[in-house]
Ligand binder design. Sequence first.
Ligand SMILES: C[S@@+](CC[C@H](N)C(=O)[O-])C[C@H]1O[C@@H](n2cnc3c(N)ncnc32)[C@H](O)[C@@H]1O
Length: 239
Amino acid sequence: MAPRLFSDLTINVTNFFRDDVTFNLLERNVLPALVNRYKDKLRRIRIWSAGCATGQEPYSIAMLLLELLYRDIIKWDVTIFATDIDTKVLNLAKEGFFTLKEVDGVRSEWLERYFSYENKGFRIKQILRQLVTFAEHNLVKDSPYHDLDMVVCRNVLIYFTNLLQTRVLKNFYKVIKEEGFLLLGRSEALVGETRRLFQLVDSKAKLYKKKDQLEDRKEKETFQKSVYNRTLLYKKRAY
Ligand SMILES: C[S@@+](CC[C@H](N)C(=O)[O-])C[C@H]1O[C@@H](n2cnc3c(N)ncnc32)[C@H](O)[C@@H]1O
């Protein structure tokens, strides 16, 4: 890929708890709902932060989950897969070292709990780091993770063509579990036929829920029937 194009596609701007609306919803609704769903049986949560840049997004989600589960975290199997196409930013993410300016969005009690002060900056503590698994991954080419309770893909698809967005969103649909969530960036939305696959939960945060396959099949059948009826009507008129 030409270097210019690569750098266009890898704008890695990010923040801890980027977008209050989104993270308030995760903290108050989405993550408590997942914990509630699994607390009696599976006790397993799998989230994918796709296009995680320098890691603030997955670490923010990990902090929220740790706050929710607290001491019970040891009884749970929590994994946040955090991937990016850009090796350089991924290495920084894995390092987990942030400047004072970069930790600006982190509540002071969480800064104390989940970071240690080091060389005029802050390093993620092991308790937080161990929840996040980083890997290089190209959304366009590589096969996606699976069995996911939520895919968080924010401010990534905005740089893709409609065709690529559709392909990636369809992949997400296949790997999100029934009742699972999809979170996009605030200026992103579903495109084309993928609108049929998810139902909007919150329009400001761009939070969607996967529609179940039965519902999807019914909608598809209704759509096909209406196309068939319209074709019949058209043929009748033509006679
Ligand atoms: C603006 S950052 C978004 C960071 C974070 N999700 C957020 O919203 O704060 C976009 C990230 O998407 C990554 N990216 C671009 N194309 C990608 C692709 N095909 N596969 C995976 N990651 C990609 C870039 O490298 C960049 O780090």
